[in-house]
Write a protein that binds this ligand. Structure first.
Ligand code: M6R
Length: 364
């Protein structure tokens, strides 16, 4: 049941800290507090290329995974939605592998990619939430997310659990390849283990996020911007807002603004910025400032370190807990999902069963 919550989605949003913790416990050894992966179906030291895929939010988790794996483990990666990948004809490297992400484990397009990958001699790892699902059974190795049943059509806690597994995978493969020094590995693992507490703190900011939702409810279009691994989170924010509130939204790489979308900017199009501290902060902030200079209303999610700089031009700044930049995508997913939830509640749309959608898309 929903317990004291109004919707399954609200309940599931509040399960973020718990499922992230439960999932990390599967892949981080409690004794050594180091990432400990089950045996993989490929050798990360020699795998020539990884292909990551999934649909919808699961694809966006895969897309974040690509940024992490490339940067930490230095393995060439490709990431594409399953509905495209299954009809693309990319050459697959001998000895290559696929990482397929799915909550249900029954999404038709992702299953088609699984079959294609196997037929192409690729080994297949699945990151999947339902242990009895086709994708858990048919993959060479399933890595389970421990999110429990997700009832709301919008994926919430399964998404953060997927990111948790992919983050462990990136660290574990990096260790196998020797691309991380011990100190960095420890720092990143500690950062991951600190995520549940930070996630719980974000859920305490519910009122502030609801206030932000009021600003968006009447918008016809909303732009979500981020750079690096925050770009897929910008797309996740836009996907959730479209799906739940029926407001048109786009997730864009902040640096692409000046190549077209900045023409959209005026006071009627709120810009939601995902701008945590880190190597890309200054670049993102300068893109936002350009949008503000053209009349854009900037609403930024950031941390205490960046708040002062962004406050100079942003209409609203939501200050999230300060965390290592590595885990910022996991944390920023929570307020953008919460935002979409509140906008939907304010608009009175059907939060748990948005129109035209099914929880599990088992036909093409
Ligand atoms: O069960 P799956 O993770 O394979 O589902 C994939 C997508 O259909 C799913 O993530 C969808 O995009 C969600 N409704 C997004 O909130």
């Amino acid at each position: 049941g929903k317990g004291n919550y109004r919707h399954f989605m609200e309940k599931e949003l509040h399960e973020h800290p718990g499922v992230i913790g439960d999932t990390l416990r599967q892949y981080v050894s409690p004794a050594s507090r180091a990432v400990a992966l089950p045996p993989l179906p490929f050798d990360p030291r020699v795998v020539p290329r990884l292909t990551l895929s999934g649909c919808g939010s699961a694809f966006l988790a895969a897309h974040v995974g690509r940024y992490w794996i490339e940067a930490l483990a230095r393995i060439p990666c490709d990431a594409d939605v399953a509905s495209e990948l299954r009809y693309r004809e990319p050459p697959f490297a001998k000895g290559g592998a696929a990482i397929l992400v799915s909550q249900s484990g029954e999404t038709a397009d992702t299953l088609a990619v699984l079959a294609m990958m196997k037929a192409q001699g690729q080994s297949v790892l699945s990151v999947v939430n339902v242990p009895e699902s086709s994708m858990a059974r048919e993959a060479d190795t399933p890595l389970l997310t421990v999110a429990g049943p997700e009832i709301g059509v919008a994926s919430t806690k399964a998404f953060s659990a997927q990111l948790s597994v992919l983050a462990c995978l990136a660290i574990g493969m990096a260790r196998a390849r020797g691309t991380l020094d011990g100190g960095t590995e420890m720092r990143l693992t500690q950062a991951l283990l600190a995520v549940p507490e930070a996630a719980a703190a974000i859920l305490e900011q519910d009122e502030e996020i609801r206030a932000l939702a009021h600003e968006i409810t009447r918008a016809r279009d909303v732009l979500f911007l981020g750079r690096g691994a925050m770009f897929p989170i910008a797309m996740e924010g836009a996907l959730k807002l479209k799906e739940l509130s029926y407001i048109h939204a786009e997730g864009y790489a902040a640096g692409e603004m000046k190549h077209g979308p900045i023409a959209l900017i005026d006071e009627a199009v709120p810009v939601i910025a995902l701008c945590p501290s880190g190597p890309l902060f200054e670049k993102t902030a300068s893109n936002l400032q350009e949008a503000a200079a053209r009349g854009g209303r900037i609403m930024a999610f950031c941390d205490a370190e960046g708040a002062a700089a962004l406050s100079r031009f942003a209409e609203r700044v939501v200050v999230l807990p300060s965390v290592d930049p590595f885990v910022a995508p996991i944390l920023h997913a929570i307020p953008v999902q919460l935002l979409a939830y509140h906008v939907a509640v304010l608009k009175g749309t059907d939060v748990d069963q948005p129109r035209n959608l099914a929880k599990s898309v088992t036909v093409e």
